[in-house]
Design a protein around this ligand. Structure first.
Ligand code: UGA
Length: 444
């Protein structure tokens, strides 16, 4: 099928490459000329495992092309996915300016049936607004003497990809959700995803939009729940890792997203939780539970800072080494990374910060001023009064901690992801502090 994807950001680019992999002819659009030039040359602007290899493969056999022209993409395609950014406004609402602009442009240049599919995460009823925008603009065109009005459908097809494992998630989805209002739209979307043989959830547009909001918010709630429990563990001499394991075996609960740590970050959960709270308010419901999810997430960083302040005693003048900057492993994405608030707070208190991240440093340089970036964890450890593990990269599991310890001024490790085994670290001679791993014991 001929497919267009408007917006070659994270979601758009991964979806475009993967649709080409499924055998479709895909044309991706972006307004950024430089980005399009680089993508045509096979250069991926983000770090995502496996993406560049597939991009190059489908550029070569021309299953995948890039353009800056919505008109060109619209003419060539029957199905057009909108995957442009929906940033948060100051009040938490999603800013849908780009979505509206794209819908208008598609309407003005389409001259036969199109299925327009929203893929960006958007508040419920956006599909209806896209439909209205297209109708109004078609009417305008119609008045100007173009041919008879044109048939079209709008659909919703939220994505559930995680950064760092996006290709894998696309190819093996737990489910594909489609919100449709016509048989024709349903048939086309089923055809697009047919090669994956996925579990399809077919519903109306508003329900599909809500499934995305509710899913992300529920996952965020799971994380905040376990983080709240971790605070109790700290004071009761319990271990959150064992609590999560014991809970996780219950099939009704599941172990996934029960990793306690320094809270969730990224471009999705913080923004989507805000947007769902706002959406609920507008529907007349005060979603208090989600407000608490957000508050617990913020507290988690503050509690980690308190722990550092307590154990390091004097922060001013100390050298702190930070292992991991990106909001999670396998990505270079710094958006809403917990490292931002933690590092900024420590800098404000007068600490000197050294940092290392396998992929995140180029983006981190745009976020922080006055950090010393190191070429590897050993250079990082040199002269440090403590280390903070903020992102759980695989390569941090294989470090030679004897060498690290020898390079440090004092061997204190604050593990913001419970990545290391506490007793192993203590056996290596580190003073080790994780999240919810029993403060009582440490005090003793
Ligand atoms: C999330 C969802 O998982 C995807 O299904 C969704 O498609 C995507 O948002 C989106 O809306 O675009 P993503 O933000 O890429 O994906 O990453 P996650 O793996 O969900 O992690 C989000 C944050 O939660 C990270 O900061 C991670 O470190 C944190 N996290 C995750 C925890 O603190 N504990 C956990 O147990 C799991």
């Amino acid at each position: 099928m001929n497919i267009a994807i408007v917006g070659s950001g994270y979601v758009g680019l991964v979806s475009g490459v993967c649709f080409a992999h499924l055998g479709h002819d895909v044309i991706c659009v972006d307004i950024d000329k430089e980005k399009v030039k680089n993508l045509r040359a096979g250069k991926v602007p983000i770090y995502e495992p496996g993406l560049e290899v597939l991009l190059k493969k489908y550029l070569k056999n021309k299953k995948l092309t890039f353009t800056t022209s919505i008109k060109e993409a619209t003419k060539k395609s029957i199905a057009i996915f909108i995957a442009v950014g929906t940033p948060s406004k100051k009040n938490g609402d999603a800013d849908l300016t780009y979505v509206e602009n794209v819908a208008r442009e598609i309407a003005l240049c389409m001259d036969d049936y199109k299925l327009i599919i929203e893929k960006s995460t958007v508040p419920a009823e956006t599909g209806k607004k896209i439909e209205r925008t297209i109708k109004l603009n078609l009417q305008k065109k119609y008045r100007k003497g173009a041919k008879n009005s044109i048939d079209f459908d709008v659909a919703s097809n939220p994505e559930f990809l995680r950064e760092g494992s996006a290709i894998e998630d696309f190819m093996n989805p737990d489910r594909v959700v489609i919100g449709v209002e016509s048989k024709k739209a349903e048939k086309l979307l089923r055809e697009i995803y047919r090669p994956l043989k996925p579990k399809m959830v077919v519903t109306n547009i508003n329900s599909a939009e809500l499934i995305k909001h509710a899913s992300n918010s529920f996952l965020a709630a799971k994380i905040s729940f376990i983080n709240a429990v971790s605070q109790i563990c700290d004071h009761l001499g319990a271990d959150i890792e064992m609590v999560a394991e014991g809970m996780g075996y219950d099939k009704r609960i599941g172990r996934a997203f029960l990793n306690a740590g320094i809270g969730y970050g990224g471009s999705c959960f913080p923004k989507d939780v805000d947007a769902f709270i706002r959406l609920s308010e507008k529907s007349g419901y005060n979603f208090r539970m989600l407000k608490e999810v957000r508050a617990v997430n913020e507290e988690q960083k503050e509690n980690f800072l308190k722990l550092i302040e307590e154990k390091l005693w004097i922060v001013k003048g100390k050298t702190i080494g930070v292992l991991g900057l990106a909001f999670k492993s396998n990505t270079d994405d710094m958006r809403n990374a917990p490292s931002i608030d933690i590092i900024n707070a420590l800098k404000l208190e007068g600490a000197k910060i050294k940092a290392y991240d396998p992929e995140g440093m180029p983006n981190a340089k745009k976020v922080f001023k006055g950090l010393t970036y190191c070429k590897d964890p050993y250079a990082l450890a040199k002269g440090c009064d403590c280390l903070l593990l903020l992102t759980e990269w695989d390569e941090f599991a294989k470090l030679d901690f004897k060498k690290i310890k020898a390079a440090m001024r004092q061997a204190i490790l604050f593990d913001g992801r419970n990545f290391y085994h506490d007793q192993d670290m203590e056996a290596l001679g580190f003073e080790y502090y994780g999240i919810g791993r029993s403060l009582t014991e440490r005090k003793g």
